[in-house]
Design a protein. Structure first.
Length: 318
């Protein structure tokens, strides 16, 4: 079983994060399946709750690092424990694996800044790439949410990549389709594109062209456009709704305002598009919600999401 890296440097929310770790263990995750990144304060709180068994990694950069490597890691990791967590998703010969005698982790979960996670991920994780008739190119990352009132309907992107080009919507559809296949267990997920109307020729040139590309892609079960009211109550035949971050993020914030417990049905949101599973928990998560985020990360860590996504992204050459 692959391990989950947990960022336990939660600042003002530290008590809830530490209690969330304890609840995740009480829910059935073995302490040996957790790698916890902590500082002196969080380590003491873990001891106070008698949490033993997880591997502990301190956030400090060891002095024996070569100067050039130390400077880079200090920039990415010393001020951002998120950087250490993301690093542990990489190959097992990396510095942190050797230093901490740590196996490659299967997932990382953090209630830290979404901006920092999305900003550091491209530096520490390789991005998934799409080939075939779409030309070989890196996929833009996406944060996916679950629509309220529809447990098996994914809504993305809600915060990682604003300003999508038409082809980016196809790539996003691949990422979400793979997630729905692996996590929702839906054989052929149905996809819709959020727009100002259901007709194929509305919404401006970007969305019109995105609609055309999605309709022309046989690997994607594209049903056409949907409108704003569909994200509040998705059609029963819809499993994925695509949008760009500048639309998706305001929708997410509105949901959170109307449904305070939204963050969420799974405790956190997956960051898709990288060679590594990442769950972003809400910064104000309760202990219960953070425990759910850890459980969601553990599910991803031991799933076939990354290989399934890679296989889908290979495409079919014409």
């Amino acid at each position: 079983m692959k391990k989950v890296v947990v960022d336990a440097t939660g600042g003002d929310n530290l008590d809830k994060i530490v209690r969330g770790i304890a609840q995740a263990i009480a829910s059935g995750i073995s302490p040996e399946d957790l790698i916890i990144i902590c500082d002196v304060v969080s380590a003491a709180k873990l001891r106070n709750l008698s949490i033993t068994g997880p591997q502990i990694i301190q956030t400090e950069i060891p002095v024996e690092l070569p100067k050039s490597q130390r400077a880079k890691l200090q920039l990415l990791c010393e001020k951002h424990p998120i950087g250490i967590g993301l690093s542990l998703l990489q190959a097992t010969d990396g510095f942190f694996h050797r230093q901490a005698k740590c196996p490659q982790a299967g997932a990382f979960v953090s209630a830290g800044s979404t901006k920092k996670i999305v900003g550091l991920a491209p530096h520490l994780l390789s991005r998934l790439r799409i080939a075939g008739r779409f030309k070989t190119s890196a996929v833009r990352p996406a944060i996916a949410a679950i629509c309220p009132h529809a447990e098996n309907c994914l809504f993305a992107d809600v915060g990682a990549s604003p300003g999508l080009e038409p082809i980016d919507y196809v790539r996003l559809a691949f990422l979400c389709t793979a997630y729905a296949i692996v996590i929702f267990k839906i054989e052929r997920p149905a996809v819709r594109l959020l727009n100002i109307g259901e007709e194929n020729d509305v919404g401006g040139q970007t969305l019109i062209e995105a609609n055309r590309l999605l309709r022309a892609c046989p690997e994607i079960n594209f049903l056409g456009n949907c409108q704003g009211y569909d994200i509040a109550k998705p059609p029963t035949d819809t499993n994925i709704i695509l949008t760009s971050a500048e639309t998706g993020n305001p929708c997410l914030k509105l949901w959170e305002a109307d449904h305070p417990d939204l963050a969420q049905l799974v405790g956190g949101l997956p960051l898709l598009g990288f060679h590594g599973n990442v769950i972003i928990a809400h910064g104000s998560s309760s202990a219960e919600k953070f425990a759910k985020a850890i459980l969601a990360a553990y599910q991803l860590a031991n799933s076939d999401l990354i290989p399934t996504t890679i296989e889908m992204l290979k495409g079919k050459k014409e």
